[in-house]
Design a binder for this molecule. Structure first.
Ligand code: ARG
Length: 459
């Protein structure tokens, strides 16, 4: 197949090299952006008197025809034409003749591919924002479905203090909300228009970059042509956003996997969101959560790969930059799919409040409250800590919990204990009295949900 750049070559490209250098197998997904960008460029060229209005009309009609062909599955992408840009341009010229050859005036594939990828990232960021928004809703809904459920809160995966299950869920809401903010930052970094940079240095034609930016709804324009064709920060920012989001999802997955084990039995996932075993008939596995945890590693890999691809590159465009796409596309697909299944899984999840409560009956997660009780009676906190530590050791020896102790037993450890001690260390009191701002009391968690809902209403 004859090349759009064949003029200076005496030999045909080795077929192996054509295949190696080609990106059409993955960049064909940029076809809508490529065509929209070319239409805006053609309008601008005509507007500035660089090509005729008739040629621009032919080009625009031709491009719209190609768009329809691609969407109807009637376009065959050629490896020999390397990438989406040359596949479309070559077909355009076949359709409309000489006018097609004027489209690439004052443009290079370097600023063209940058434009397409910026537009694609912008579009995908908007789609991911909707999915993330829905996941945030699912998280708040899950918290609100179980307003009274109390569970052990953990540090070091050892039972620490009782908390509301809703408080635990809302922690994830605020994590995802920060992801949402980061995603808006990615939008801003992608919303800069590179076209007009040419191959690297600008162009000799009297182009109007603002016109193109307006046509394509970009709010800013790259100020430096070298930067315009070499910048992949917006991709790195997207991959960073995605890595942090996947890290959050992976942490929640880890908890869901633990909680759905027989040992915990804190939750039960819907049958529709689990899979079985080919050999063990009793199995019901939390595959969705496990796979999301696994896919986090894959996304981190894409971030590391892109950083590594970019780190040694001299300005301006280098073919290495073609390596930006597969990791980006795979990350977009992975994040979209993960968010979608995750929201569904949370909506189907049932929480076993009774078992969580049972867990609290057999532990010492009210020990801090017992120390706080003594502090409120005047004992310095360090001494109170020591007294309660001794009580715990005593209970462990007698296979009792703190609430099993009689008043006489309590008073062996400190005369400050009075008959109100048992009320002060019930699980409900422990939770209700952590009413400091951002704490786990029902009042605070209720306020957190209100704040969350109002954040969501504004989006
Ligand atoms: N397929 C290329 C890419 O994705 C397009 C830009 C090619 N430019 C070049 N000078 N070879 O990066």
């Amino acid at each position: 197949m004859s090349k759009l750049w064949g003029g200076r070559f005496a030999k045909n490209t080795d077929v192996m090299v054509e295949e190696f250098t080609s990106s059409i197998s993955f960049d064909s997904r940029l076809y809508r952006q490529d065509i929209a960008g070319s239409i805006a460029h053609a309008k601008m060229l005509a507007q500035c008197g660089i090509i005729s209005q008739e040629d621009a009309t032919l080009i625009i009609d031709g491009l719209n025809g190609i768009l329809a062909d691609i969407e109807a599955g009637k376009f065959s992408f050629e490896v020999a034409l390397e990438d989406i840009h040359m596949n479309i341009e070559k077909r355009l010229t076949e359709r409309i003749g000489a006018a097609g050859g004027r489209l690439h005036t004052a443009r290079s594939r370097n600023d063209q591919v940058a434009l397409d990828t910026h537009m694609y990232v912008r579009e995908q960021v908007a789609e991911i924002a909707k999915l993330l928004f829905d996941l945030e809703q699912a998280v708040i809904d899950t918290a609100e479905r179980y307003p009274d459920v109390i569970m052990p809160g953990y540090t070091h995966l050892q039972r620490a203090q009782p908390i509301l299950f809703a408080h635990h869920m809302m922690a994830y809401f605020f994590m995802f909300e920060r992801d949402f903010r980061r995603l808006s930052g990615v939008w801003e970094s992608a919303d800069i228009m590179p076209l007009g940079a040419g191959a690297l240095a600008g162009t000799t034609f009297p182009i109007d970059r603002e016109f193109v930016a307006r046509e394509l709804k970009f709010s800013r324009i790259y100020e430096n042509s070298l930067d315009a064709v070499s910048d992949r920060d917006y991709i790195l920012e997207f991959l960073s956003f995605a890595s942090i989001l996947m890290m959050h999802l992976s942490r929640l997955s880890e908890e869901i996997i633990l909680w759905s084990s027989t040992e915990f039995s804190f939750i039960e996932l819907d049958d529709a969101h689990c899979t079985g075993s080919s050999i063990m008939p009793q199995k019901k596995n939390p595959d969705v959560a496990e796979l999301v945890r696994g896919k986090a590693g894959r996304v981190f890999g894409h971030l590391m790969a892109m950083l590594t691809v970019a780190k040694g590159l001299p300005l301006a465009y280098n073919k290495d930059l073609q390596e930006d796409k597969e990791g980006l596309f795979d990350t977009i697909d992975t994040v979209k799919f993960s968010l979608t299944v995750y929201a569904a899984m949370l909506r189907g999840m049932r929480v076993n409040g009774g078992i969580m409560r049972q867990a609290l009956k057999t532990d010492f997660s009210n020990a801090t409250d017992m120390a706080d009780y003594l502090v409120k009676k005047g004992l310095p906190f360090r001494q109170a800590h020591e007294v309660v530590g001794k009580c715990v050791a005593y209970c462990l020896g007698k296979q009792k919990t703190l609430t099993d102790l009689t008043l006489q037993e309590f008073q062996q450890f400190s005369p400050l204990f009075a008959s109100d001690i048992l009320d002060a260390i019930t699980v409900e009191t422990c939770v209700a009295s952590r009413n400091s701002l951002g704490g786990t009391s029902p009042i605070q968690v209720g306020q957190a949900v209100t704040v969350a809902r109002s954040i969501m209403d504004k989006q």
